[in-house]
Design a protein around this ligand. Structure first.
Ligand code: NAD
Length: 240
């Protein structure tokens, strides 16, 4: 089978860059599509995912056969319309562009927050549906984007998968440490919420990126069952 050509949508961001780095480390061919350019070491296509034609053009120019769709506005901004535009309409545009350009694989970065309802989640897995009342506009839009991606699996030969990372930490992070530092700067560190036994899942960014590569590598068509040998079909049934 020929080698994949990868397009990382949102590849200028924190997680996206780690995905690019890991692809480069194994000598894979990779390009970035993003609204901002931060790196100049791989082919870069400037564009907005809510513009299907721009995504389509980047797929054609890069020759992409596998897309990592990592792009999203960050969590915590007060702009529900932007979340919907990028995470729902934009994801739909990515799917349509992928199918019309015969892309074989689409790996979507969702979020663990899509199933969070404010209560503790214990032993939750992918069978847990999103809550009827989403936590916020970000998680609502991520859940809808994920639904679109999974619903398009198999359409036009496209194979899809969605991953739900929880909190991500590591080099290049622009959100988590910034937020923690702001708490320190505002002299808010002497407040304690709860009994100090609160748990939250964090994953190192390199491991989240690696999970994306594995998801793409393992995303193969389900093999059809082997044909039943004619000797078995023809075998006379015993009398009842
Ligand atoms: P990030 O902000 O560092 O990267 C996102 C990238 O997407 C940025 O480079 C941004 O320019 C790009 N982008 C945004 N809107 C775009 C658009 N309309 N068109 C093209 N590109 C666009 O964020 P991150 O922390 O690397 O998060 C990556 C993904 O992981 C996101 O989908 C996010 O929802 C998900 N996620 C992140 C965390 C976390 O803790 N950081 C946790 C769970 C899920």
């Amino acid at each position: 089978m020929s080698k994949e050509i990868y397009l990382v949508i949102g590849g200028s961001g924190f997680l996206g860059r780690h995905i690019v780095d890991q692809l480069l480390a194994r000598n894979d061919s990779v390009a970035i599509f993003d609204i901002v350019q931060r790196y100049h070491d791989v082919p870069f296509y400037s564009g907005d995912i809510s513009e299907e034609a721009q995504v389509s053009q980047a797929i054609q120019r890069s020759g992409a056969t596998c897309i990592f769709h990592v792009a999203s506005p960050p969590h915590g901004i007060e702009d529900p319309a932007l979340y919907w535009k990028v995470n729902v309409d934009g994801t739909r545009a990515v799917i349509n562009a992928a199918i019309s350009n015969s892309v074989r694989k689409l790996v979507f970065t969702s979020s663990a927050g899509v199933v969070f309802n404010g209560e503790d989640l214990v032993n939750a897995d992918e069978r847990l549906p999103p809550p009827e009342k989403p936590m916020d506009a970000y998680n609502e839009s991520k859940a809808k984007g994920e639904e679109l991606v999974l619903g398009s699996n198999g359409k036009g030969g496209l194979l899809t998968v969605a991953l739900r990372p929880s909190g991500i930490f590591g080099p290049g992070d622009r959100q988590v440490m910034h937020g923690l530092y702001q708490v320190y700067e505002r002299n808010q560190t002497h407040f304690q919420i709860g009994n100090n036994n609160n748990l939250f899942d964090w994953t190192y960014v390199g491991n989240v990126a690696y999970a994306h590569l594995l998801a793409a590598d393992k995303l193969v068509p389900v093999p059809s069952p082997p044909p039943i040998p004619s000797s078995i079909i023809d075998y006379p049934l015993p009398p009842i």
